[in-house]
Ligand binder design. Structure first.
Ligand code: BGC
Length: 369
């Protein structure tokens, strides 16, 4: 892939700039779109997988630093085995046994995670080139990404048209809105898979970040990390984040659920309905605060358990276990095989919609315990 030092090649508006990022193995161009708001907040997004490759957030002294994990070598985004920063679909998370039935027909998916299908199969939306349009005359810089997934792609039924809007607002929030339509009944569950480290130093583990999740229940998992179907109250468990606590406070406990996932890799059932706050994360040293708002019923909190130091990070070290965490808004994993989970079916004539905001600010004394 070409070197991304190649500077901005074209300037299309005051707030979104386009530069060359590289090319795919089959010769498609990868562009990088830099969204900038009036405060100087910058987010870089590429048309490969809609990946956020960089996101600058302010600290308590007004310094802007990158807070999302990524690769140093642009070519590594092609493989992207950790799904850094990507839009994940057609079905994020696990589908047990890589199979489901819809309209009386059985479908067998790519079992790319032992016995399960993970993140839409080995060649999901995260690994596709999306069409990108810079929207004009919008209040804030907005990118429109679209991807057409053919009937049978990764063995999912239905021609599916997916659109994702990224908007960088002046309150330092990045809004991600999703829409999709199909011509045959199918299952859909989309998310944004950024790994965050609010310290701005990717060699520092995230266990000192304080996390709050607005959920009274979570979904316990089996040995292959698929929800068992139980909705377990968090009360009196290590999964209670209603009162903010550090990620590290309970993670090392000898708990069956924590041992199964080597940390947190579970779905929390977010309280309430509609667009509401699901979680907040505060990093005391930098003063950085991130809030997550969503319309989705679930939040997958993944504490970076399977990061294995294979790749260099942007700070010069390695992306090791727990040098980043994900807060993925989504419907519940394996819903196609769990009738009492909220439905993820999309039928012809219906419109799938979903909205999530990641909002960044800085505060000197928040949650000082
Ligand atoms: C899953 C993890 C998985 C990671 C990378 C997360 O969404 O919950 O189990 O290792 O994605 O694929």
């Amino acid at each position: 892939m070409e070197n991304r030092e190649i500077n901005i090649t074209e300037s299309t508006s005051d707030t979104i700039e386009v530069s060359n990022f590289g090319i795919t193995k089959d010769g498609q161009t990868i562009n990088c779109y830099t969204l900038k708001n009036k405060n100087g907040m910058c987010v870089e997004i590429i048309n490969l997988g809609g990946i956020i490759t960089s996101l600058l957030a302010p600290d308590k002294n007004g310094n802007w630093e990158d807070v999302v994990l990524g690769y140093v070598n642009p070519e590594d985004y092609l493989e992207n085995e950790y799904y850094y920063g990507a839009i994940v679909g057609r079905y994020v998370n696990r589908i047990a046994g890589g199979k489901f039935t819809i309209d009386g027909k059985d479908y067998f998916l790519d079992k790319n995670d032992k016995t399960n299908a993970l993140h839409g199969g080995g060649e999901g939306f995260s690994h596709k080139i999306w069409d990108v349009e810079i929207l004009q005359n919008t209040e804030f810089p907005t990118l429109r990404l679209s991807y057409f997934s053919k009937d049978g792609e990764q063995n999912f039924p239905g021609n599916l048209t997916t659109t994702v809007f990224y908007t960088l607002k002046d309150d330092n929030s990045l809004e991600i809105s999703y829409e999709a339509q199909t011509d045959k009944s199918t299952f859909i569950n989309l998310t944004q898979h950024s790994y965050f480290n609010l310290s701005g130093n990717f060699s520092e583990p995230i266990i000192d970040h304080k996390l709050q999740i607005h959920a009274d229940k979570f979904l316990p998992i089996n040995s292959s990390l698929v929800p068992t179907g139980e909705r377990r109250p968090v009360h009196n468990t290590f999964f209670d984040f209603n009162k903010p606590k550090t990620i590290g406070e309970d993670i090392f406990n000898d708990d069956e659920q924590l041992l199964t996932a080597s940390g947190y890799d579970h779905t929390w059932i977010i309280e309430g309905l509609g667009f509401r706050k699901a979680a907040s994360v505060y990093h005391e040293k930098s003063g950085r605060l991130m809030e997550v708002w969503t319309t989705e019923p679930g939040l997958q909190f993944y504490s970076g358990n399977f990061l294995d130091g294979k790749f260099m990070n942007k700070s010069g070290g390695k992306n090791e276990k727990r040098t980043g965490f994900c807060l993925e808004t989504q419907h519940f994993p394996n819903s196609p095989n769990q009738d009492d989970f909220p439905s993820t079916v999309l039928k012809p004539g219906e419109k799938y919609t979903s909205k999530t905001i990641y909002k960044f600010s800085a505060n000197k004394n928040l949650w000082k315990l």
